[in-house]
Design a protein around this ligand. Structure first.
Ligand code: ADP
Ligand code: TRP
Length: 330
């Protein structure tokens, strides 16, 4: 029985890139696979500066977002990383199967340390080991993530292999599942849309429509369109990429024709995108409002998820302890 596993950090507001690159795949896969686990990676947040007072609220918002987008607690476990202590326990074990040189090569470590040179801690360096523990604890076969996480999943495979080689066959090597939009770009049209690196470059999925339009107005378009009358190439424009996710064939044809002949301006194109995004997201927004008005729902879902996740996690740790030759815990 194949297990699907993935997670998201409660490091900011869920954005269009998270949805198009990962979460919509979680929802699709939960329909196809019998065993699905999704979690909120709160321990990973510690690797970067954050506000502890705001963290519980962020977790709660993220749970509501995920439920609104279609994660169904009857089909999938949804839980909080820090509620299942075996994640950190296995991370220590796996750090003895992870190569130092491999960790040094992680581009996310390099990017985050360059972005925040004041804050290069050992947790940021060993972050992918904790991520490997998250995945291997549930012996996941399939990990739906965006492009930026592929390197971490490849490392997870190497860690699994190294563990199996040293202590005996225990962990399957997980595969990555990507969507057709694994790397949505942010405001400057160059760096990936992100909430943890810089949430000013992201389009929050549940932002007020006025805010969304304002943010979209600042988004870079094809640099060839310096003047309104300059024609452009939609295939190199991030706005068109987003159109492809939410607009009809007729609108895509309208953009292509209008952009390449300068028949429409970038403002027209963005206005249509904003309208289409709002239509596309309307159902999620309504569902989210209903969920947010249901008292206790976040705690109930997380508690139920954690109880079930702990059963799987403790069974894996029992097996791991045995393989390691540790004294049986009672
Ligand atoms: P962020 O980088 O915005 O803080 P996370 O690291 O919590 O987001 O990522 C949650 C999931 O969303 C991961 O699977 C990640 O690969 C995916 N993801 C993040 N940003 C993007 C993006 N711009 N395009 C596609 N997928 C993304
Ligand atoms: N590192 C992932 C991210 O930033 C979040 C994450 C932590 C994760 N553990 C995971 C994703 C395990 C998939 C599987 O997006």
């Amino acid at each position: 029985m194949k297990t699907v596993f993935s997670g998201i950090q409660p490091s900011g507001e869920l954005h269009l890139g998270n949805y198009l690159g990962a979460v919509r795949n979680w929802v699709a896969l939960q329909e196809q696979y019998p065993s699905n686990l999704f979690f909120i990676a709160d321990y990973h947040v510690l690797t970067q500066p954050y506000d502890p007072k705001a963290l519980p609220g962020r977790v709660s918002e993220m749970v509501l977002d995920l439920l609104a987008l279609g994660i169904d607690p009857d089909r999938s476990l949804l839980f909080l990383q820090s509620s299942v202590s075996q994640h950190t326990e296995l991370a220590w074990v796996l750090s003895n199967a992870a190569g130092f040189g491999d960790l040094e090569r992680m581009t996310q470590f390099k990017d985050k340390s360059a972005h925040n040179p004041e804050h290069i801690n050992a947790g940021l360096f060993t972050y992918p080991v904790l991520q490997a523990a998250d995945i291997l604890l549930y012996k996941a076969a399939l990990v739906p993530v965006g492009q930026d996480q592929v390197q971490h999943i490849e490392l997870t495979r190497r860690i699994a292999r190294a563990f199996n080689h040293r202590w005996g066959a225990t962990f399957p090597e997980p595969e990555v599942a990507l969507t057709n939009m694994p790397k949505l770009l942010g405001l400057d049209g160059k760096a990936k849309m992100s909430k943890s690196l810089d949430n000013h470059i992201a389009l929050s999925l549940f932002a007020d429509p006025k805010k969304l339009r304002k943010r979209l107005a600042k988004f870079a378009t094809d640099p060839a369109r310096v003047q309104r009358e300059d024609p452009g190439n939609p295939d190199v424009c991030n706005i068109f990429t987003m159109h492809k996710a939410v607009s009809s064939e007729a609108d895509l044809a309208w953009v292509r024709q209008g952009c390449t002949t300068a028949g429409i301006g970038c403002v027209d194109c963005k206005t249509r995108l904003a309208e289409n995004l709002e239509t596309h997201l309307a159902g999620f927004v309504t569902k989210r409002a209903e969920l947010a008005a249901t008292p206790g729902i976040v705690g109930e879902v997380l508690d139920a998820g954690a109880v079930k996740a702990r059963v799987i996690a403790s069974e894996t740790m029992r097996e791991v302890r045995e393989k390691l030759g540790l004294w049986p815990s009672r």
